[in-house]
Design a protein around this ligand. Structure first.
Ligand code: NAD
Length: 394
């Protein structure tokens, strides 16, 4: 399908979903020169945000690198975070926290990590004496985030915690309180807040380029695979698809509307009650915002194909699909204009931004309070699904 402007552009846009037009290099070339230069610089690995947010770079010493310790060396740390840290300008992999001695040995060899920067979950309290480590990036199962985050803050380290922030409002508050008491920054790993298509969609919504936003549809899901993993165990995950990936759809509803929901309703369903005995398999949820905007969201662990959002505004629509992956994000606007940007390493961008916040003494756009808000809403979604009644948000 050709992405051209039509009289009823909005209808064309909707009809093209989910087979979104592929936006390729030709359309990128049609962007204005200024925009192209800005975005091309975004794509440069290692400094994805320096040019987009020059104020954040400030007068930072170009040689100063914030030392990160990755805490929990599972799939995300191994496959994405450690490699991303090799590409960044203002941060570096300085240390690790692991409960597995074999991993300590292999990471030490691969990344040249000195013994003094290798900790386990008990010894990490001793980091207080280690100036090599500025940040502890908590990448353990959801229900273990607070434990390590509080230890890190008490040791005087800034904390970056993976999403979801934790499994209860109380535990999120513990993390916020510990970082406040230690006067350290706390951020949540909402990587796609640093992804250029996402940033552009937020701009389109804020600047009302298509008029006021009226409704939002957002979905993210995948097939979870083997049944014996922590994501399916409630005590470690705090919930299933919603906690793991539905949170991205929830985030979209909040950052696009720019508001907090006043009411949530939800319906959960299982096609495999044995595998999903402890956690939600598929969840549909509705968020009602103060000005009447409604967000209709879906998430699942049952299979692929849910990975997009559409924002319906008064004079048109825009959105992304795929929206939430590590790469390959594609955008579309109902007026036929391109919504296409070079790909960035979202994890490198997220860690680089946190480092610049530390170096420049600036607040993060993804603070602990943001993670807490999501957890509070997800708890209300679970309550609504259980009771079958809408839940009012305070
Ligand atoms: P994983 O299972 O691959 O790794 C978890 C790590 O925690 C392992 O190294 C494991 O040894 C360690 N661990 C410590 N105590 C444990 C315990 N009691 N039980 C199980 N493991 C324990 O998980 P992952 O995919 O790396 O996810 C870790 C965190 O990162 C989660 O909070 C997840 O939501 C988040 N995550 C975020 C993204 C993203 O795109 N931002 C992607 C993947 C995962």
């Amino acid at each position: 399908m050709k992405c051209t402007q039509r009289r009823d552009a909005s209808a064309t846009f909707l009809a093209s979903r989910p087979a979104l037009c592929q936006i390729g290099p030709m359309q990128t070339q049609r962007q204005t020169r200024r925009e192209f230069i800005r975005l091309a610089s975004l794509a440069a690995a290692g400094a994805p945000l320096l040019s987009s947010w020059p104020s954040r770079a400030g007068a930072v010493d170009p040689d100063r690198k914030i030392g990160f310790a990755l805490c929990g060396l599972g799939g995300l740390s191994t496959g994405l975070l450690a490699p991303a840290l090799q590409t960044t300008r203002h941060c570096r992999l300085a240390g690790i926290v692991t409960g597995t001695p074999a991993k300590a040995a292999s990471w030490k060899a691969k990344y040249n990590i000195p013994d003094k920067n290798i900790y386990n979950y008990q010894t990490m309290v001793n980091m207080a004496d280690n100036p090599d480590i500025d940040v502890v990036y908590v990448v353990t199962p959801n229900a273990l985030h607070a434990e390590s985050a509080v230890k890190a803050a008490k040791a005087g380290k800034h904390v970056l915690s993976e999403k979801p922030m934790e499994v209860s409002v109380e535990k999120c508050k513990q993390m916020i309180d510990a970082c406040k008491a230690a006067n350290r920054l706390l951020a949540i790993g909402y990587r796609n807040r640093f992804e250029p298509h996402t940033i552009e969609c937020i701009r389109l919504a804020r600047e009302k380029v298509f008029g006021p936003v009226k409704s939002i549809e957002a979905s993210f899901g995948f097939g979870i695979g083997t049944p014996n993993q922590w994501r399916l165990k409630h005590d470690l995950s705090g919930g299933g698809a919603l906690m793991d990936v539905g949170i991205y759809a929830l985030q979209t509803a909040r950052y696009i509307s720019g508001e907090e929901p006043v009411e949530v309703s939800a319906k959960e369903t299982k096609t495999d009650p044995v595998k999903f005995k402890e956690v939600d398999e598929t969840m549909a949820f509705l968020l009602k915002f103060p000005d009447g905007v409604i967000a209709s969201c879906r998430t699942t662990f049952a299979g692929g194909g849910l990975n997009s959002y559409t924002v319906h505004a008064e004079k048109g629509a825009f959105g992304l699909g795929p929206a939430y992956g590590y790469g390959g994000v594609r955008g579309q606007r109902s007026d036929g204009q391109p919504l296409a940007f070079p790909e960035v390493n979202q994890f490198a961008a997220e860690m680089e931004d946190f480092s610049l916040c530390i170096l420049n003494h600036k607040p993060t756009i993804v603070p602990g309070e943001e993670g807490l808000r999501d957890v509070k809403i997800m708890m209300a979604i679970y309550e609504a699904a259980k009771s079958g009644q809408p839940v009012k948000m305070e």
